[in-house]
Design a protein around this ligand. Structure first.
Ligand SMILES: C[S@@+](CC[C@H](N)C(=O)[O-])C[C@H]1O[C@@H](n2cnc3c(N)ncnc32)[C@H](O)[C@@H]1O
Length: 309
């Protein structure tokens, strides 16, 4: 059989599965077909190192039994709801390839906007001793992409990546070593929220520049997710508590307590949130005199918060 015919059949098969998944409901059939095509392209690129052009040039050639078997296996794994990222073990984020496994959330495109937002804001900081931290680092995508793109004139007094999950932390370290080099200066610490960094002695005029994409879904939202996400990706990376905002509020509280102890210290906190918890967090910040800016994502929904105090 020729590549072309084989691929059309497999694309239809994959598109049929995708269409049955809650994530793709409401998306036009031809768009779902294109998503299936793209997934197969990514898989073939991963397996054979062929780009789209090479694939096109091979369309009228005979496909080997081995290539057929590999692609069929890929489609059948997708039909078992295993996400593409976990099958190929990698996900592109901010133009970089991150290694992922079942202990790490697969980086999402909206998180790239958090990195971009924080990169812009850090250039506005005039002062002093900056301590940078990524809380809930997962694959390490935020801290690694941030450091790869940080202007050279910005000096940092410490860089930390925190996660409660040691297995995720190992992957974050691996990704940082591969993409930033072994002497990247990031300290990877296992622990909850800000406690691993607040325990450390720092100068009193420190400014904590915090990036966090913490779990922010409510129990109810988790129940409504596609099985591809809720069964395959780590629950600890997704659910923030019964109502969703609990972990984020806890992080804000830890920072507030530190500020009350040392008034000279400052916090700039960049959070990715779900639009459903935006009002609850804003209200909490208002009642604690925290300056809060909301940034919408590309689809116009409240997705990021910048808190300063
Ligand atoms: C939504 S994932 C984000 C992963 C990665 N930063 C990204 O954007 O793709 C949340 C991460 O927070 C970690 N986490 C959950 N509770 C935590 C806590 N109390 N302290 C630190 N990390 C936590 C999870 O293990 C998970 O890796």
């Amino acid at each position: 059989m020729f590549w072309r015919k084989f691929l059309i059949n497999q694309t239809k098969e994959l598109a049929k599965y995708l269409q049955s998944d809650i994530q793709y409901q409401g998306i036009l059939t031809e768009d779902v077909f294109r998503i299936a095509q793209k997934e197969l392209e990514i898989y073939i690129n991963h397996k054979k190192n062929w780009n789209a052009k090479q694939l096109f040039l091979n369309e009228k050639k005979e496909i080997t039994r081995t290539d057929q078997a590999n692609i069929e296996k890929f489609v059948s794994e997708r039909k078992k709801r295993i996400p593409l990222g976990y099958i190929i073990g990698t996900q592109s984020f901010y133009g970089l390839d991150f290694k992922v496994n079942r202990h790490t959330l697969i980086p999402r495109p909206e998180t790239e906007e958090l990195v971009e937002y924080a990169l812009l804001e850090i250039t506005k900081i005039k002062k002093r001793s900056i301590i940078l931290a990524d809380i809930g680092t997962g694959s390490g995508c935020i801290i690694t992409a941030f450091l790869r793109n940080l202007p050279r004139n910005i000096k940092l007094n410490g860089v930390f990546a925190i996660d409660q999950n040691l297995n995720a932390l190992k992957y974050a370290k691996l990704n940082a070593n591969l993409l930033l080099g072994k002497n990247n200066g990031v300290k990877f610490l296992k622990g909850s929220l800000l406690s691993p960094i607040l325990r450390k002695k720092t100068s009193l005029d420190s400014l904590y520049f915090i990036l966090a994409n913490l779990p922010y879904l409510s129990e109810e939202e988790f129940g409504g997710l596609s099985l591809e996400v809720s069964q395959e990706e780590p629950r600890i990376a997704l659910v923030g508590g019964k109502y969703g905002q609990e972990l984020i509020i806890q992080l804000i509280n830890e920072a507030l307590q530190e500020k009350r102890k040392h008034l000279e210290k400052n916090f700039e906190i960049f959070l990715e949130i779900s639009p459903t918890i935006s009002n609850a967090i804003k209200k909490y910040c208002l009642s604690n005199n925290i300056k809060t800016k909301v940034k919408k994502d590309l689809s116009g929904k409240d997705r990021f918060l910048h808190l300063s105090f």
